[in-house]
Structures are given as structure tokens and as C-alpha cells.
Write a protein that binds this ligand. Structure first.
Ligand code: TXA
Ligand code: MG
Length: 312
């Protein structure tokens, strides 16, 4: 059910959950000050309570009440990338952030989204926690139809049209005065170099030590359809291929186009919708073309694609 920004604010302030557009993906919002509503988000998504939530702010000034200090590089990063698809994990004034949001951690993740409706809403409601608006484990929602397909036609959605980025924010944490990427996302590691003078290391979820980003432990971004990652399609016959419009595939196959292979932003924009379309069409199996370069945004795309292909 599509609702206005006034209705969204009223629902949130009365302890309800509302889907809210952001430029990355749609979020499932609850007011930071209402732990009962936040608990409801975990239930609704089927999300483990060991997976903390991102606190969304309308502007960087709002962060002061919640963090103990600003690590080196904080001002440069926020000046360059907020509002936008960057999330920073910071040491929290824990008394001001309910434990359920932090999953008991001493840190909190923060983001100032770029989408004007999201920020306008937060100006009225105050900080909102927002995980992606999808059932836990499935591809994130990038438009209101995705949200309604996961949570039902009557679920309140603030309609902000399709998310322009289509991939989640990049998450960074500062360790020993150096920022590291703990979830790859819409901003690739290279773009931070200009601001920090170094390229943040990407901590892989497969490292032996416990990942710093709890969400990386869980199954993610996966459709019900079985995905086969493929670089060579010569022998692929009578199948469904998720591929690129500037490439040729054997003609016995049905092709679903993610855009041109040279345009990673377009592929990002279409990836989750296309994965969701497979399930909508009850497709049991599809081949996904991963013959892509590995720099910049492609690195995030390849990470999401391989996660999407992981069996449950
Ligand atoms: O683009 C996005 O970030 C979207 C939109 C709605 O803003 N949100 C999003 O939220 O992707 P979610 O809940 O789907 O993913 C948040 C990730 C999880 O992997 C979680 O483990 C991690 O952020 N996270 C949250 N708080 C953390 C913390 N204190 N330390 C480390 N990781 C944290
Ligand atoms: Mg998510």
C-alpha cells in the first residue's frame, strides 16, 4: 500500500514499521527511540538478532548524540560521501542506542541516505533504523513492488520510485586509525583513496577470524532459483542466461539482460530485480554470466553474484 510522507511519519511515530526508499535499496524503517517497533522488524524479516541494524540520519550533525568520538578521517569521509551510499561503524554512546539495534555490540553503524524522501522523513521522525526491505537472505528490494511481494500488498510503502543505485551501501570501520571495508557496496574501495590518501583494505567474510560485519555470516541476496556462475557459454543449451546485451549467447537459450557488460552501474541497478524476476517466473535454474573485469563497482557485483549463487 503506497502512503504519503505524512502518513509514513505518523505510522513510524506511533511505533509501526514502514518501507522507505533510499538510493541504494528500500529500507524497512522503525524509529530508533521505539525498541518495540525495532523488535518487530527482526520478526518480520526473519532476521537473526545477532545481526545489527544501520541507524539512518538526516544529516551528519545528528550523529553527535550517538558516538563517543570521531576517528581520523571521519570528517573527510562524511564531507565527501554523505549524504550517500556509505555506512560508518563507530564506537557508540551505548546508553543512547538500544542494545537490540547494536546486537549487543559497543559500536553502531550510521548512514545519511541521499534519497530526498528518506531524509525529509527522518527530519520529522528523528533517526530511523533501516535494514534492507526484504525477507532475510533474499535479494534486497529496489522498488515498492518488491517490498509488497515480500511483505504483502497492505504493507505501507513510501513510494520513492526505483532505487537508482540498486546495491547496498559500502560499510567501513576504523581500526587502529585506518578505515577498512567490512561490506563491499555501492562505493568501490578506489573512490575512498582521493579522500583518505590510501585505499581501504577489504576484509573478506571468509577470513578465519570472526567477521567484523555480522551480516556477512549469513546467507544473502539469493533467489530461490539455483544460479550457476559461468564464464563460457559455448556449451550452455536450452537454458535461461542472465547476460549482457553487448554479448552473443548460443541461440537455444533464453536471455535476460542485465545491461551492457561495460556499464557496471546499469548492471547494479538491474541485478536484484532480475534475480527476483526468476522467482516470480518460478524459474528453477539459470546461468549467470560472470565474465566481468574485477575492478571498481564490478568487485561488488561479483561478490553479490557469488553470494546469490551460494546454496542455502
Ligand atoms: O544501503 C544500505 O545500507 C541499506 C539501506 C536501507 O540503507 N541497508 C542495509 O541494511 O543494507 P542491512 O541491515 O540489510 O545491512 C546492514 C549490515 C549488516 O550486514 C550488519 O551486520 C552490518 O550492516 N552492521 C550493522 N551494525 C553493525 C556494527 N555495529 N558493526 C558491524 N556491522 C554492522
Ligand atoms: Mg540486507
Amino acid at each position: 500500500m503506497r502512503i504519503s510522507i505524512e502518513q509514513a511519519a505518523e505510522l513510524l511515530l506511533s511505533g509501526k514499521i514502514v518501507a522507505v526508499p533510499t538510493e541504494t535499496v528500500y529500507g524497512l524503517a522503525a524509529a530508533l527511540s521505539l525498541p518495540g517497533a525495532i523488535e518487530e522488524i527482526f520478526k518480520l524479516k526473519g532476521r537473526p538478532c545477532s545481526n545489527p541494524l544501520i541507524v539512518h540520519l538526516a544529516n551528519v550533525g545528528m550523529i553527535e548524540a550517538f558516538i563517543r568520538y570521531a576517528p581520523k578521517g571521519f570528517f573527510e569521509l562524511t564531507k565527501a560521501f554523505w549524504p550517500g551510499p556509505m555506512t560508518l561503524v563507530l564506537e557508540a554512546k551505548v546508553e543512547n542506542v538500544p542494545s537490540i539495534v547494536r546486537a549487543g555490540l559497543p559500536t553502531v553503524a550510521f548512514r545519511v541516505p541521499q534519497h530526498p524522501l528518506a531524509r525529509k522523513l527522518i527530519e520529522v521522525t528523528g533517526p530511523l533504523v533501516m535494514p534492507s526491505a526484504n525477507l532475510s537472505g533474499t535479494p534486497s528490494s529496489t522498488n515498492p513492488i518488491h517490498v509488497e511481494s515480500d511483505f504483502g500488498k497492505d504493507f505501507p510503502v513510501l513510494d520513492g520510485e526505483s532505487s537508482i543505485v540498486g546495491l547496498e551501501s559500502t560499510i567501513l570501520i576504523s581500526i587502529d586509525n585506518e578505515w577498512q571495508i567490512i561490506r563491499q557496496g555501492a562505493l568501490s574501495s578506489g573512490v575512498f583513496k582521493e579522500v583518505l590518501d590510501y585505499e581501504p583494505k577489504i576484509r573478506s567474510a571468509n577470513q578465519k577470524e570472526a567477521p567484523l560485519c555480522p551480516g556477512q555470516l549469513f546467507r544473502h541476496y539469493a533467489p530461490k532459483a539455483h544460479l550457476i556462475l559461468e564464464k563460457n557459454f559455448l556449451r550452455v543449451k536450452d537454458s535461461i542466461i542472465l547476460g549482457y546485451s553487448d554479448r552473443y549467447y548460443p541461440s537455444s537459450n533464453q536471455i535476460m539482460y542485465l545491461g551492457e557488460s561495460t556499464d557496471p552501474s546499469m548492471i547494479a541497478n538491474r541485478l536484484y530485480s532480475t534475480l527476483r524476476l526468476l522467482d516470480q517466473n518460478k524459474v528453477a535454474q539459470a546461468h549467470l554470466d560472470i565474465d566481468l573485469p574485477n575492478g571498481g563497482l564490478y568487485a561488488t557485483l561479483l561478490e553479490r553474484m557469488s553470494r546469490a549463487a551460494e546454496a542455502s
